[in-house]
Design a protein around this ligand. Structure first.
Ligand code: G3H
Ligand code: 13P
Ligand code: ZN
Length: 307
């Protein structure tokens, strides 16, 4: 069933677990993620980025997710990820498809981020749609050489208090050292947990961790063994994800891990079955690998059995 982000995350906050938000671009990814939610009896957030909408269409993705959610007993949130274009966020709110939107004003000056987020929150709440907002630059620990540089770019706890009070947003994406994509760290996984603790202490709404893919070694190996050049890819360690959840993260965004699972499934199948030309057969193993990865995340985030 379709539900709002707020309802799912408030429950997660009370239960001290996190719910995965998985990016989709096509039917197969939606099917794979829903299969994982059914198997794990987990709530799930299905996210579409601006790029996904450009690729597949808002109405097309909305139709597929609504059908899947209506057929399922699991709580399903349909979420717009990283809406940077205000017009697109407004379109998503008006469309009737989304139960949650993210306005990403992180690159705007603080006051402008507040002003636009507040306006979109008012508009979304009239339609019972939740709003996630973002404060701070989502970038890796290694991108900043000094503590001062991190302070200037990562989420400032006091600013976060003011931001939430003035905007009324339902969830906040914070910057504590994760980054988007498959290349997050040159050395070991490292996050600013002190900052997360400081933010959690001052703030009472659910917190969101973007850029949380782990680049699982087994999936990465299948990709590499079949010709994919991702040797240097490195994600957030499972231990750090668990620690982030224990310190109060309630929504965890995953895209890159689904991409490498898809890639691994397609590459391996084609290498082992060079005579097959049927897309349904080619994409089947890719779906199965995505389901496996998503099930593993649901277990790690603690959302198993919560839906
Ligand atoms: O956070 C961004 C997601 O990984 C979406 O990526 O804009 O290429 O669809 P995309
Ligand atoms: P990853 O690139 O780590 O999967 O992050 C995805 C994300 O944050 C989507 O909003
Ligand atoms: Zn993100």
């Amino acid at each position: 069933m379709l539900v709002t982000l707020s309802s799912v995350l408030q429950k997660a906050k009370r239960g001290h677990y996190a719910v995965g938000a998985f990016n989709v671009n096509n039917l197969e990814m939606i099917q794979a993620i829903m299969a994982a939610a059914e198997a794990e009896k987990s709530p799930v957030i299905i996210s579409t980025s601006e790029g996904a909408i450009e690729y597949a269409g808002m109405d097309e993705l909305g139709t597929l997710v609504h059908l899947a959610a209506e057929r399922s007993k699991r709580p399903v949130v349909f979420h717009l990820d990283h809406g940077k274009d205000v017009k697109l966020v407004e379109r998503a709110i008006k469309s009737g498809w989304y139960t949650s939107v993210m306005f990403d004003g992180s690159s705007l000056p603080f006051k402008e981020n507040i002003k636009t987020t507040k306006r979109l929150v008012e508009m979304a709440h009239k339609k019972n749609i939740s709003v996630e907002a973002e404060l701070g630059a989502i970038a890796g620990m290694e991108d900043f050489v000094s503590v001062e540089a991190r302070d200037a770019h990562f989420t400032n706890p006091e600013q976060a208090v003011e931001f939430i009070a003035k905007t009324g947003c339902d969830a906040l994406a914070i910057a504590i050292g994760t980054s988007h994509g498959a290349y997050k760290f040159k050395e070991a996984s490292a996050l600013d947990f002190k900052r997360l603790q400081a933010i959690r202490k001052l703030i009472n709404i659910p917190l969101v961790l973007h850029g949380a893919s782990g680049i699982p070694a087994n999936v990465k190996k299948i990709c590499i063994d079949h010709g994919c050049k991702i040797e240097d890819a490195k994600g957030v360690s499972d231990a750090h994800i668990r620690k982030a959840v224990s310190l109060g993260i309630n929504k965890i965004n995953i895209d890159s891990d689904l991409r490498i699972a898809f890639d691994a499934g397609v590459r391996r199948f084609l290498a082992e079955n060079p005579e097959v030309i049927d897309p349904r057969k080619i994409l089947g193993p890719a779906k199965d690998l995505i389901t496996l990865v998503v099930r593993q995340k649901m277990n790690m985030f603690g959302s198993r059995g919560k839906g």
